[in-house]
Design a protein around this ligand. Sequence first.
Ligand code: ZN
Length: 243
Amino acid sequence: MRVAILSDIHSNLQALDAALGSMGTVDAVWHLGDVVGYGPEPDAVVERLREVGAIGVRGNHDDAACGGATIESFNPDARAAVEWTLARITRETRAYLQALPELLVPDRSAFTLVHGSPRDPIWEYLDSPFAAQESLAAIDTPHCLVGHSHVPLAFRQRRRGGMGAAVMGSGDALRLDDRRVILNPGSVGQPRDGNPAASYMVLDTAAGLATWQRVAYDIGATQAAMLTAGLPPRLARRLSFGQ
Ligand code: ZN
């Protein structure tokens, strides 16, 4: 089975469509949360995810956009975007976000899906080998998929103990074996690793292969839509730099 792994789409329809259009045929789409927030098209992004039959989990921005999390914990720009989203999304989009679970294990899958970490599914940034190790101890499946940091990353158990960590670039692949892994596909809609191209991962479960991909999209169109919508200009500018 070929599975598209998408995270942190953040209401960026241009980036989502570029990713979906570049990945070839997939059998399933799994997302890791932060479907909304920051970007200008929350309803259209949710509709697209419905069209492709995506399943996934709830991120901190999704939670806040349906009234769930304490909005005070967001920085001013992120908070402005959450408030913008909260005020505009349709009832259907809100219901979709509210129905997202914090943690998901797709049928017969070797992977646990969370936005942040298994210990703290909504908020913890999994950005160190130590945190990755602790996270693996908290789940029943061999492997885990996370988002939230917006950086494409692979953590893998070392044979002699401890965890290795690597930032993954376009075309980089990781072959799965008996070593447990935690993989982050990077962000579709707001990459923060200095590369503005949309980032995602394709998981080939039969071949046991995870491959990271980048695809350019019309950043200018997303930025124009953000400015027209009255979203913070700084959030639009950062898309040009992948920050
Ligand atoms: Zn995010």
